[in-house]
Design a protein around this ligand. Structure first.
Ligand SMILES: CC(=O)CC(=O)SCCNC(=O)CCNC(=O)[C@H](O)C(C)(C)COP(=O)(O)OP(=O)(O)OC[C@H]1O[C@@H](n2cnc3c(N)ncnc32)[C@H](O)[C@@H]1OP(=O)(O)O
Ligand SMILES: NC(=O)C1=CN([C@@H]2O[C@H](COP(=O)(O)OP(=O)(O)OC[C@H]3O[C@@H](n4cnc5c(N)ncnc54)[C@H](O)[C@@H]3O)[C@@H](O)[C@H]2O)C=CC1
Length: 281
């Protein structure tokens, strides 16, 4: 297992490409347009340069890591990889289309992983003719910092595929946790209802956004308040995850807050769009 393709050069895809290249893998970073890949590569360069400035990495190492990442706008590049990690938007139609194409293009031995934060791996796998080689590899944001990777077994995922992905996760310095395929897995089944409740607390006028964040930061020692964290994750992603929980369990306790829907409709997607609950420069 030497060559990894990452699909989607956004917040998550760029971080995944970075940690894989730092661990010595040859990485192909793919997105729809060259400018999207360039933006992702820019974030990686900035992250690595910060490490050089802090004396945690040499300039030569930085060049080596960047040299291992190749830009791509063509899914055909999956022809020469051993593992694909898909980190495109949280939308089942888009993901199943990507996986069906990858299944046609990638060699037989290639494992197809998704960084989906909540969508059923079993359904994504069903879009391919190799469901035993499809698996969830759910990284946390920011990828270079957060230790956890949830590894999600679909109904048909083979044991040796799980083992390979667990080994790679450890090789890139992360801690794997095994999870079965249920909506939201573990991380977002617990985290996202808390964020949604924080949005309801704002919506109902219980407290200001700053005070809601302060309660959780100063009262519970969370590193970020829930509204800041929602902006950091992306409000579109938060909404998609709540919808997956709501539909997946059919339980009204997961209904997304109308204020979250309104912000996403307005294009206020959080940090990545410059405005969410807070405004960013
Ligand atoms: C939605 C999903 O499906 C799943 C998810 O991902 S849920 C989201 C999970 N993530 C979280 O909950 C994050 C919560 N927040 C935090 O842990 C912290 O606020 C934080 C790590 C993001 C920043 O920590 P901080 O102490 O305030 O900032 P700071 O001191 O600037 O940074 C600490 C380190 O992280 C690095 N860092 C911070 N932000 C970074 C980023 N976006 N990318 C890369 N590195 C980053 C810094 O360079 C610094 O590195 P060194 O220790 O090597 O110097
Ligand atoms: N934001 C977060 O905190 C986390 C997100 N995730 C998941 O990771 C995935 C990506 O999320 P983000 O990076 O935050 O989103 P993002 O919006 O920052 O990036 C998504 C990227 O995918 C690209 N893309 C869309 N369709 C594509 C296609 N067909 N082919 C190639 N590229 C395509 C977009 O152009 C964009 O650059 C989602 O499934 C999300 O649920 C998982 C863990 C944490």
């Amino acid at each position: 297992m030497e060559r990894i393709m990452v699909i989607g050069a956004g917040q998550m895809g760029s971080g995944i490409a970075q940690v894989c290249a730092q661990a010595g893998y040859e990485v192909t970073l793919n997105d729809l347009k060259a400018e999207f890949v360039e933006r992702g590569l820019g974030v990686i360069k900035k992250n690595l340069s910060r490490q050089v400035d802090k004396g945690k990495m040499t300039a030569e190492e930085l060049d080596k890591v960047l040299g291992r990442i190749t830009a791509s706008n063509d899914l055909q590049d999956a022809k020469s990889v051993d593992l694909v990690i898909e980190a495109a938007v949280e939308n089942m139609d888009i993901k199943t289309k990507i996986f069906a194409q990858l299944d046609e293009i990638a060699p037989e031995h290639t494992i197809l992983a998704s960084n989906t934060s909540s969508l059923p791996i079993t359904e994504i796998a069903a879009a391919t003719n190799r469901p035993e080689k499809v698996i969830g590899m759910h990284f946390m944001n920011p990828v270079p910092v957060m230790k956890l990777v949830e590894i999600i077994r679909g109904l048909a995922t083979a044991d040796e595929v799980y083992q390979t992905i667990e080994d790679i996760t450890e090789k890139i310095g992360k801690v794997p946790v095994e999870v079965n395929d249920f909506p939201g897995f573990v991380a977002n089944r617990i985290l996202m209802p808390m964020i949604n409740e924080a949005i309801y607390t704002l919506y109902e006028g219980v407290a200001s956004k700053e005070d809601i964040d302060s309660v959780m930061k100063l009262g519970m020692n969370h590193p970020m308040g829930p509204l800041t964290l929602a902006d950091f994750i992306g409000l579109d992603t938060c909404l998609y995850i709540m919808e997956t929980l709501y539909e997946g369990f059919g339980d009204p306790k997961y209904r997304p807050c109308p204020l979250l829907r309104k912000y996403v409709k307005a294009g206020w997607l959080g940090k990545k769009s410059g405005r969410g609950f807070y405004v960013y420069e």
